[in-house]
Design a protein around this ligand. Structure first.
Ligand code: FAD
Length: 370
């Protein structure tokens, strides 16, 4: 595969280069072969132009954010990889009603527009520092802001759907910009319309509506509440919530650390399975079952994996389960994508044999299948 490096400004221009850009240098699993074309899009105009140019020439396209939810084939990507590198955080205004005295009253919060290429955790840190409330429990999640609506990123009782007001996109089918209010984003557990129609929408900017104050949103997650020493449903200072979440995540290898192979992962590899009442009834009595609004039940992928015989650290090869977290499949340093997928199949098939539940991968697979 010959590599070309391209710039999208002022017009798309490319030069052939002997050394291709490898996806393994841009994914948190540190896996993935070379990209045929590589475009670094630092402005929104470059981003749209690069995508439109790939579409016009029917070239396969991979949008790359932080690479923290991607498993890319060892063969690489035979098309254009557009790396989203746009930046900018624009706090619009306090959302306040004007009181009878003409002064702002009943302030509902802050509306903040964030470019797709902003690192997610930098934005969370800024929000906590400015006392914008609603994303503090999402501290420490890798990747970029534009990736967060795609799978409705969530952790420790919060998800971005709670605070996203709208998502501005480039629609590759209609070749126009489209802005979706939160209600039209199709948000659900680790999903959205952007995931349901893969590749159609390029997220350009996400607008958050955050309340203001020093106390974080009510803590909904029991482990986080215990760590903070508060009851579930009560509130704690948002800075303390961020610290507690980061500490919990570090103990599970869920904060990136180049020196710790337990963090060379894509986070949770399998989503928690959503089961019918009959499927849930067939599980052992002590298996977790969380009722969902539609009558289905969510179980715990980690519980099923552990009880199917795959303990933390499972495996002897170059890809193994994290020693800190059963749900994370990790590259111990020399793994290939083939190694990782073989481990994923072993775990998925073992769980299915033990419990009749087929786990589904959370990361996006590029050029490979499970
Ligand atoms: C250690 C670790 C911990 C994690 N913890 C969590 C967690 O607690 N909760 C959670 O939900 N996730 C978690 N993740 C998964 C991941 O961090 C999130 O899904 C993140 O939002 C992915 O963003 P990204 O920029 O890295 O996307 P990428 O991995 O680069 O891309 C993921 C998908 O989104 C698409 N995409 C990326 N940017 C755009 C864009 N601008 N427009 C349209 N499509 C786009 C890509 O094409 C791809 O299909 C974790 C991952 C790791 C490695």
């Amino acid at each position: 595969m010959t590599a070309r490096r391209c710039w999208a400004s002022p017009r798309l221009s490319c030069v052939s280069e002997p050394a291709p850009e490898f996806l393994r240098d841009h994914t948190t699993l540190r896996l993935g072969g070379p990209a045929r074309h590589w475009v670094e899009a630092t402005t929104e105009a470059q981003l749209v132009e690069a995508v439109a140019a790939a579409d016009a020439s029917a070239t396969p396209l991979l949008l790359l954010g932080g690479g923290s939810n991607l498993v890319v084939a060892d063969e690489g990507f035979d098309g254009t990889v557009v790396h989203v590198a746009t930046r900018g955080v624009a706090p619009d205004a306090d959302v306040c009603e004007i009181g009878p005295d003409g002064e702002p009253a009943h302030c509902g919060g802050m509306v903040v527009r964030v470019a797709a290429g902003e690192p997610w955790d930098d934005f969370v840190a800024l929000a906590v520092a400015r006392q914008w409330i609603g994303v503090e429990a999402l501290s420490g999640i890798p990747g970029l802001v534009g990736g967060t609506p795609v799978q409705n990123v969530g952790a420790y009782g919060q998800e971005v759907a709670d605070t996203i007001a709208s998502v501005r996109t480039w629609d590759r089918v209609d070749r126009t910009q489209r802005t979706f209010a939160a209600v039209d984003c199709g948000f659900g557990y680790r999903t959205s319309r952007f995931k349901a129609e893969p590749g159609r929408y390029v997220v350009l900017e996400v607008t958050f509506q955050l309340t203001e104050g020093s106390l974080g949103a009510p803590v909904r997650y029991a482990e986080l509440a215990r760590t903070l020493g508060v009851e579930v449903g009560s509130r704690a200072p948002s800075a303390a919530v961020r610290d507690a979440v980061l500490a919990l995540r570090r103990s599970k290898g869920m904060v990136l650390d180049a020196d710790d192979h337990d963090t060379w992962s894509a986070g949770s590899f399998f989503t928690n399975p959503i089961l019918s009442a009959d499927q849930a009834a067939a599980l052992p009595a002590d298996a977790p079952r969380w009722p969902q609004p539609d009558g289905s039940l969510k179980s715990s992928a980690a519980w099923l994996i552990e009880h199917a015989g795959f303990a933390k650290g499972f495996g002897t090869g170059r890809a193994r389960l994290s020693t800190k977290h059963t749900l994370a499949l990790t590259n111990r340093g020399q793994a290939t994508t083939a190694d990782l997928l073989a481990l994923a199949r072993e775990v998925r098939d073992g769980v299915e044999r033990a419990f009749g539940v087929r786990l589904v991968n959370e990361p996006v697979l590029v050029g490979c299948t499970l």
